[in-house]
Design a binder for this molecule. Structure first.
Ligand code: MSP
Length: 639
């Protein structure tokens, strides 16, 4: 599929049964950051978010709170809207599924599908999971458990309406196989294909009002409401004018990205595509499933009391610090682990030390050596000079940041920009403006300060979509008239206007000094050493660890956890099977230098030879490959 000229992105619509948490905030910030990058690139964009207000979860929450379902929705939606405002989210629309503009379109779709025989009435006799609001079979029960032992599972016998989803099974498999970008990351595509290996059932799209009354009425039977997912998914098209404003609908559909969490993969990659196909509409370009935020190694859950509330972090450290942390810390697709220490560490390293420090150095040197004004504009950097080198690093970072949008590796793009900022700091150390001043080399001094300020202007613009408020303030401090950057000016050298006065008020990112009461406890006295599991140096030397460069990577047919790697290790190429498919996509791996156990006895797995083992560190659900931190030839001995 060719790239579209416009950009439409959605978040899931959030249930209004409870207040928002870090997971909701993450997806919404990700969508906001992607959209703001598109605006920087001057691409027309549309960003939709909203709330999912029908269904059992909301009805139950309302009952527990002693209010009506509509009141429950009205009270909770405000919490989402307030958080988005606080987080500087710039959505173009916020849809609530209880709005007439949505309900009417859902009803028209239902009627149309019913009239065309895509929806039929039948009796269902089987199991129902109240928590997920789905019909299940005996095979879906947890091992060794019976229905009577599971309070959330009920046996029900009722007449319902069904969507002929099973008709589309073969078509969907073929579509997914033909369109690799349709479900991302790759390992999630495999997960959906795995799901589609079992026969696909028709989808029950109604709930009798006697059991659940909080939903959209079926237009052809007043005794039923629509199943919440069949209603909710339609928000992605009802909001942009489907059946109401054809021109508007055509402008944005098909969507570029449906951003979702990994737990709602099946609804988005099986239910929704088959619904769209039945409606005769084009498919989304990409459905992208991100991983989960864990608290340390554990899942966040209300019962464990470890759910991170974004409001607390924002109150303590500011909105942009929070936006930056979640974007820089999570590799989209994989799980990430939240910790207060990790938050403080990243903030102090990237924002206080690298970025904030660079601005205060530039400002204070300009204050000292040029009356706090931008110095005269120097010639464009000469090839081979330190000026050309540092400007080139900023330009490479710009390419990598923009490139990372297509691969959904914003964390990688951000890291490259921080590297460029480090380079600008190093440039100042090499040029030593304080020595140039002492030696009265005024031209060189002015050139150095101009180049540092200009590189900071261009590099920091690349972080504007992530930290709009703080980078806006940085630009103002540099005397820029516009808080919002555009990409052409990032590419241009000499934008800062000589003579403009700098206006820096206080530190951009004040260092977070740990409150002494929060200081980590003093290390405990060393425990007596148990020597029974120690090995001698001779034992250790038996293991040959070497660096290896990954030449290619591909999924192992029939094994969704495994990847088949070809690696260069010294003079030879080896094949290694690695159980990392849930954590890395083949595209992440090619070109990486990793560490392998080189003298492991070869084994055959599913008919393929594996000649070694790739080392990785695992922490909870997060797995990280061991790699080397500077250019190293393959085959180098690791000790
Ligand atoms: N209402 C449905 C979505 C309908 S879309 C047509 C829903 N709502 S939800 O409020 O329960 O969840 C919204 C999103 O939050 C999901 O994408 C889910 O994956 C995400 N998260 C919930 N907990 C999370 C984490 N701990 N970490 C990251 N995201 C997580 O599902």
């Amino acid at each position: 599929m060719t790239e579209s000229s416009s950009f439409y992105v959605t978040t899931p619509i959030y249930y209004v049964n409870d207040k928002p948490h870090i997971g909701h905030a993450y997806t919404t910030i990700l969508a906001d950051v992607l959209t703001r990058y598109q605006r920087l690139l001057k691409r027309p964009s549309y960003f939709l978010t909203g709330t999912d207000e029908h269904g059992q979860k909301v009805q139950r929450a309302a009952e527990a709170n002693g209010i009506t379902s509509q009141e429950q929705a009205d009270r909770t939606v405000v919490r989402f809207q307030e958080l988005w405002k606080r987080l500087d989210i710039t959505h173009d629309d916020f849809i609530r599924t209880t709005e007439p503009r949505h309900k009417e379109v859902v009803q028209e779709i239902l009627q149309d599908l019913y009239d065309r025989g895509e929806i039929y009435k039948a009796e269902y006799d089987g199991l129902y999971d109240v928590t997920s609001e789905t019909f299940i079979t005996e095979k879906d029960l947890p091992e060794g458990k019976t229905v009577d032992e599971l309070p959330n599972i009920m046996r029900i016998k009722e007449t319902n309406y069904f969507f002929r989803m099973s008709h589309y099974q073969d078509w969907l498999i073929q579509y997914i196989e033909d369109n690799p970008e349709f479900i991302q990351p790759d390992f999630r595509r495999n997960e959906t294909l795995g799901f589609l290996r079992k026969p696909l059932q028709d989808l029950c799209i109604s709930r009798p009002k006697s059991r659940l009354n909080w939903g959209i009425d079926l237009p052809f039977d007043p005794d039923y409401v629509c199943y919440v997912w069949f209603d909710a998914l339609v928000n992605y098209i009802s909001a942009i004018g489907y059946r109401r404003d054809e021109a508007r609908f055509q402008q944005w559909w098909p969507v570029n990205y449906h951003l979702i969490g990994k737990d709602i993969l099946t609804t988005h990659t099986v239910y929704w595509p088959t619904m769209l196909q039945a409606m005769g509409l084009p498919q989304p370009r990409t459905i992208f499933a991100h991983g989960w935020w864990l608290f340390g190694d554990t899942k966040m859950s209300k019962s464990l009391g470890n759910v991170v509330n974004p409001m607390d972090l924002i109150d303590q450290h500011g909105v942009d610090a929070f936006r930056y942390y979640v974007m820089a810390e999570m590799t989209p697709g994989q799980d990430a682990s939240f910790s207060h220490d990790g938050f403080v560490r990243r903030y102090n390293a990237d924002l206080a030390n690298d970025l904030g420090n660079l601005l205060s150095r530039v400002a204070s040197m300009l204050g000292r050596y040029h009356e706090g004004r931008i110095p005269p504009r120097p010639e464009a950097p000469q090839a081979g000079s330190p000026e050309a080198e540092v400007w080139a690093t900023v330009q490479t970072a710009a390419n990598e940041m923009i490139g990372s949008l297509k691969t959904m590796r914003i964390d990688f793009g951000i890291a490259r920009v921080i590297d460029a900022i480090k380079h600008i700091n190093r440039y100042l150390e090499i040029k030593q403006p304080w020595t140039l001043a002492k030696q009265q080399k005024t031209e060189a001094l002015h050139q150095t300060l101009y180049v540092a300020a200009e590189c900071l202007r261009a590099a920091s613009a690349l972080l504007y979509p992530v930290m709009p408020e703080r980078i806006g303030a940085l630009r103002q401090a540099l005397g820029m008239a516009d808080r919002e950057p555009v990409i052409d000016r990032v590419r241009e050298f000499g934008v800062l206007e000589p003579g403009t006065a700098l206006a820096l008020e206080g530190a951009l990112f004040p260092r977070i000094d740990r409150n002494p009461s929060e200081a980590p406890p003093a290390p405990a006295a060393p425990e007596p050493v148990d020597e029974s599991n120690l090995i001698s140096i001779e034992d250790f030397k038996k293991v040959e660890l070497k660096t290896a460069k990954i030449l290619s990577a591909e999924a192992m047919p029939g094994a969704d956890k495994l990847l088949l790697l070809q690696v260069a290790c010294g003079g030879e190429t080896r094949q290694i099977i690695a159980g990392i498919a849930k954590h890395y996509t083949p595209a992440d791996l090619v070109g990486k230098t990793v560490v392998v156990v080189a003298n492991l006895k070869p084994v055959k797995l599913r008919g393929q030879l594996s000649q070694g083992m790739v080392l990785a560190a695992s922490s909870g659900e997060v797995l990280s490959l061991i790699s080397v931190d500077r250019e190293t030839e393959s085959g180098a001995i690791v000790r």
